[in-house]
Design a protein around this ligand. Sequence first.
Ligand code: ATP
Ligand code: MN
Length: 143
Amino acid sequence: MYTRILLPTDGSETTDRALEHALDLAGRYDAELHVLYVVDATVFANDVETGTIVEEFETMGNRIVDKTSQQAADAGIEPAQTTVVRGTPHERILEYIDENDVDLVVMGTHGRTGLDRYLLGSVTEKIVRLSDAPVLTVRESSR
Ligand code: ATP
Ligand code: MN
């Protein structure tokens, strides 16, 4: 049923919880786990200072996917691929789903930047609406 599972991550705690679900499913279905962090290029102004800021975000992205890889490896699952790209998060995530034949997306209901009163974060909302692959959304904690 599932052969390639994508965990898009922004390094938030909610994503950690989504990771637990992704790991369990990857184990049960013997599926590949893919991890993707998008450096959100929409927040950067186009000026001379931008280069170093983007690089810092890229470094942070690499740290986030490395940490996720380590957590996965600790649970016995070596991610098939970890990726850090620049762009608009939901566009890059949708592209990744298409290009890699992802057949399940596991992600947090919310991320780093949003307000809890919204039912879903804006990235997750767009993936739920636009992804061909089914999307499993995971809330941070029961409350
Ligand atoms: P908003 O960004 O709309 O203000 P939010 O940060 O709470 O609100 P989202 O950004 O939609 O909500 O985050 C929900 C989930 O989307 C995260 O748990 C993560 O799985 C994914 N996500 C968000 N941003 C990125 C990103 N830059 N790269 C990869 N995945 C992301
Ligand atoms: Mn966000």
